[in-house]
Design a protein around this ligand. Structure first.
Ligand SMILES: [Zn+2]
Length: 468
């Protein structure tokens, strides 16, 4: 432990020097050293360690903290465990280094679970075992970048069979690291081979990073101990979208695994996949956000999930293929640009309680997974979504003149008709002419640039979808 502490200290000094020197020497990439400085209220690595061990100490044996592995730069990756229930909930934060609310929410939740005797904390401790890795991407978090730090040349040294191969599609050259959340494979003993690289988003990942292997190993240990890992949740950040129908800011978006259409033949070899059960867990999170808050929480949304979305290399997808119910939290705004936000952190925590409480009293099994699909959306998957958008923009005065709004709507109503009849050629043809109409209306200043850009990108999405 002591040697690691020392090593860590010297790394931290080097990293800070780089941050200070970056803008002067011009060597630092913009992704790493943003002109916006990181809000220092987000926990540092040292602060996270301090908080975790303090909670362990205060909990008088209820919470255990361990080092579950090390990053490329030698930082400890911590795991924390609480509860004695026979169902296990695995929670992960900060798999992307610039998405920092996960560790904050988990520290709050573990503090309560470790020290409170309120009925909720007692019920969760008795009914569930919660294991958390609050910050997986410890190196990326230090420099606030999405990827970990693991230069491809060092990856080739670690996996000599890959010398001469292309780096995987999720390697980021400039940041010198991998998107850890694309590095998972449902075959948990998979080892990378050059023929599989570089791959695409529709392929499984390659277990190239320490971090993906550490999370996998924690998962496998729990599976060995409990038989199944009942549920897995991880916490991310995204952009700052608004709901289609109301224009309300999205304050949390929740999702089940993106594995293409229901009963996708591609995953026939993975019979334990149960999307309906994941949707029950996702719904429990949404309910938790509302129940444990003293506000209305109108900003709870479904995260972007058109039925063709298929990303099996994500941790949640690979674990789901192994029979675990998995849930994604996406919080608005990434770091460093978006500062510390206590309300946002509380919202994450409330969502986690929503799942844990319903696991503890088994009421999660009685939820209807389809109810999750009734949560509001902010993204377009059908022409009807674009129609709803146009209606909102017209109401908000973003479209000038009744005639402009009417012609956009008339056009979309026609395309909607073709979409419902699945007449792909007609959908594509009429979406293309809709784009011409948008150009015209922009030129005549009937629609703002923001409206134009949104409707244009939605049109392009639908054209691409129906051209296949
Ligand atoms: Zn993320």
């Amino acid at each position: 432990m002591k040697t690691i502490g020392k090593k860590l200290a010297s790394i931290v000094v080097i990293v800070s020097l780089l941050v200070i020197m970056g803008p002067i020497t011009g060597l630092a990439s913009q992704d790493k050293v943003n002109s916006v400085s990181v809000d220092d209220r987000w926990m540092s690595h040292e602060k996270l360690r301090e908080n975790l061990y303090q909670i362990e100490k205060d909990s008088a044996g209820k919470v255990q903290v361990d080092v579950v592995g090390y990053s490329y730069q030698g930082r400890e990756i911590y795991g924390a465990r609480v509860g004695t229930g026979d169902k296990v909930l695995l929670i992960n934060g900060n798999i992307h280094g610039n998405e920092k609310s996960g560790p904050e929410a988990l520290i709050q939740m573990f503090r309560t679970l470790g020290t409170s005797d309120n009925s909720l904390a007692q019920s969760v401790r008795e009914g569930v075992t919660i294991v958390a890795i609050p910050r997986l991407n410890v190196d990326g978090a230090e420099v606030t970048q999405r990827q970990n730090i693991f230069p491809w040349k060092d990856a080739m040294e670690a996996f000599p069979q890959l010398v001469g191969a292309m780096p995987p599609w999720y390697y980021h050259e400039r940041n010198g690291g991998f998107d850890i959340n694309r590095d998972f494979h449902p075959n948990v003993s998979y080892e990378p081979v050059p023929e599989d690289l570089p791959g695409t988003g529709a392929d499984f990942g390659f277990f190239l990073t320490n971090e993906s292997r550490i999370l996998r190993d924690v998962y496998l240990d729990l599976k060995a101990e409990f038989g199944e890992v009942e549920a897995f949740v991880y916490i991310h950040h995204m952009g700052t979208p608004q709901m289609i129908e109301t224009g309300e800011d999205v304050t949390i978006a929740i999702d089940y695994p993106p594995l293409g259409p229901e009963d996708n033949p591609k995953y026939a070899d993975w019979p334990k996949l149960n999307q309906d059960r994941s949707r029950k867990y996702a719904l429990a999170a949404a309910l938790g956000v509302k129940e444990f808050s003293d506000k209305e929480e109108p900003g709870v949304a479904r995260y972007i999930h058109p039925e063709e979305r298929d990303l099996p290399g994500q941790a949640r997808s690979s674990f789901a293929l192994n029979g675990t119910s998995t849930v994604l939290f996406e919080m608005p705004g990434q770091q460093p640009r978006f500062g510390y936000d206590q309300e946002l952190i509380d919202r994450v925590e409330n969502g986690l309680w929503g799942i844990a409480a319903r696991m503890a009293d088994h009421s999660i099994d009685r939820l209807n997974g389809d109810d999750f699909l009734k949560l509001p959306k902010y993204w377009t998957s059908h022409v009807s979504d674009m129609l709803a958008l146009v209606e909102r923009y017209a109401k908000e005065g973003e479209i000038t003149g009744d005639e402009a709004a009417r012609s956009l709507k008339t056009h979309l109503i026609a395309v909607n008709h073709y979409e419902e009849k699945e007449q792909a050629n007609k959908v594509v043809k009429h979406m293309k002419s809709f784009k011409l109409l948008l150009d015209q209306q922009k030129e005549n200043r009937f629609i703002s640039d923001a409206v134009y850009n949104r409707l244009m990108s939605d049109s392009n999405y639908l054209i691409e979808k129906w051209q296949q």
